[in-house]
Write a protein that binds this ligand. Structure first.
Ligand SMILES: [Zn+2]
Length: 247
């Protein structure tokens, strides 16, 4: 073989090997859990709390992970969803498509804002000190026109947190907050069972509204609208309220 043929033979082999390993499977190797990823953060700068349950006026909120540092309080929501995931930063629901079937799930950015608001209220700290992070399993593929900056894959979660360098809290204040969260964790105000009941009640109340054609976001009326491709239910308070559901 002359040099040029050899070059192309090698190039094709390298390309084929790359194709084999560049599939989404690659990310699965050693994904681990978010908790394990967060352990890699230097413990002298970051205090990590996993699975924190907060009692609020309207029930209880379960927060997957909280990381307290002088760079802010990171609140991490984990999503273990397979398939192709799409949405926009502000849409009420995101969708996942798996084996040709389409499912909707509540926008995790909005969901995590709810968690941050609850935690901010509980700790009496302004929400500006909080940073939201949504960590998706590499089982799913995020297909966004523009991926919101708060959304990452699980293997990137610690790196994402380390990207924040602006000091938001004094070391003393960060330590106080970590102590407060430690107390909340120790003092389990609600049992897991009560949490399940609260969640079930919230879902039931929401479904009851929807079946009565009431908007679950603003209590407006749901009206049938004609979209470009299909009919759907929209809120009568549009454009103030952007709630929609498929017919
Ligand atoms: Zn509405």
């Amino acid at each position: 073989m002359d040099i040029e043929t050899t070059f192309w033979a090698v190039a094709i082999v390298v390309f084929l090997i790359w194709m084999a390993f560049a599939s989404p499977i690659r990310g699965d190797i050693g994904e681990g859990t978010v908790a394990r990823r967060l352990k890699s953060l230097p413990s002298n700068k970051y205090a990590v709390f996993n699975d924190v349950m907060l009692k609020t006026g309207r029930g209880s909120v379960q927060i997957d992970h909280i990381v307290v540092s002088q760079y802010g309080i990171f609140v991490v929501e984990t999503k273990n969803i397979s398939g192709i995931i799409t949405g926009t930063e502000h849409s009420e629901n995101w969708t996942k498509t798996d084996n040709g079937r389409r499912y909707e799930f509540f926008n995790p950015i909005t969901q995590n804002m709810g968690h941050i608001n609850a935690l901010a209220h509980k700790l009496n700290i302004p929400t500006s000190k909080f940073i939201s992070i949504i960590a998706f399993s590499t089982r799913g593929r995020l297909m966004f026109h523009q991926l919101p900056s708060s959304v990452v894959y699980i293997p990137q979660v610690a790196g994402k947190i380390k990207c924040y360098h602006d000091v938001k809290l004094s070391v003393k204040r960060a330590n106080e907050i970590a102590d407060q969260i430690q107390k909340i964790k120790k003092y389990k105000l609600v049992s897991n069972r009560q949490h399940i009941i609260d969640v079930e009640n919230a879902i039931a109340a929401r479904n009851k509204k929807i079946s009565a054609n009431i908007c679950p976001v603003c209590n407006g009326r749901l009206v049938l609208r004609k979209g470009k491709y299909s009919e759907f239910f929209g809120c009568s308070n549009y454009p103030k309220c952007k709630y929609t559901r498929s017919k």
